[in-house]
Design a protein around this ligand. Structure first.
Ligand code: SAM
Length: 231
């Protein structure tokens, strides 16, 4: 038995690479994207009623996931990257079928495009379906998951004066709350959990068309060094 699916749209997101994308949606409310729908789903009929919905489920393809051999056990970064658990106990991107699902906030609909925030998806992610979030069915206060009981505690993010100025300048051009985006994503501490960061070591990531560089003055603090156009 096999099935094939055709994307209904593609996501244009602030995340130009996988590093530093939050591990789940809504952890970085300033992370935004536009969902471009393909014909015929870009017609107003397909979107009728969505204005009454605040959050959506996106069902998508992990199109940039490692396509190597499939394993029954995975090492989620959340558990430090060296403890293995069953693939079905994890949200790892490397799974039997590279399918993901994320709850995101619907900020608006403009010209048949959905404006979204709180995303955890790479730019270019193919979207297979959209479903409305249904609070009474999808929110379960009694549910538990001892592997991921709470969001990771945020670490402190501070700025060099130059980096803050640069971020503010580019924010206007990109119509993005870039300072909040950088702070919220870096506060998740993107480096591998097992790595002891030397203060002299610099890290970098691309958000939109910008390179953001930082270092760790101490293991529990990030200092943003600069925010420059990527080449
Ligand atoms: N919320 C989704 C889920 O539970 O299915 C995704 C969880 S997954 C752990 C989140 C990570 O997937 C992000 O941190 C990012 O590195 C990675 N990711 C996001 N979009 C991707 C894509 N299109 N292809 C491959 N990896 C992606």
């Amino acid at each position: 038995m096999s099935y094939s699916f055709t994307p209904i749209g593609v996501l244009h997101s602030c995340f130009s690479e996988k590093f530093a994308i939050p591990r789940q949606p809504l952890l970085a409310p300033a992370a935004t994207a536009t969902l471009e729908l393909f014909a015929p789903y870009n017609q107003p009929e397909a979107l009728e009623g969505l204005e009454q919905v605040s959050h959506l489920w996106l069902l998508f393809v992990f199109h940039a996931a490692d396509s190597g051999p499939k394993h029954l056990r995975v090492r989620p970064p959340r558990l430090g990257g060296n403890r293995r658990i069953g693939v079905f106990a994890s949200r790892a991107t490397h799974r039997p079928n590279p399918l993901g699902q994320s709850v995101v906030k619907l900020e608006g609909i403009v010209d048949g495009k959905l404006l979204l925030s709180g995303i955890d998806l790479l730019d270019g992610t193919p979207i297979l379906d959209i479903k409305p979030y249904v609070p009474y069915a999808d929110s379960l206060p009694e549910a538990r998951n001892a592997l991921a009981p709470a969001p990771p505690p945020p670490i402190k993010v501070e700025w060099s004066e130059a980096a803050l100025q640069q971020a503010r300048q580019h924010a206007e051009r990109l119509h993005s709350d870039l300072v909040a985006l950088i702070e919220q994503c870096l506060a998740q501490d993107p480096k591998p959990a097992y790595q002891q960061p030397e203060p002299s070591r610099e890290y970098g990531v691309r958000f939109w068309d910008l390179n953001v560089r930082w270092h760790y003055p101490s293991p529990s603090c990030i200092r943003v060094l600069d925010v420059q156009p990527a080449h």
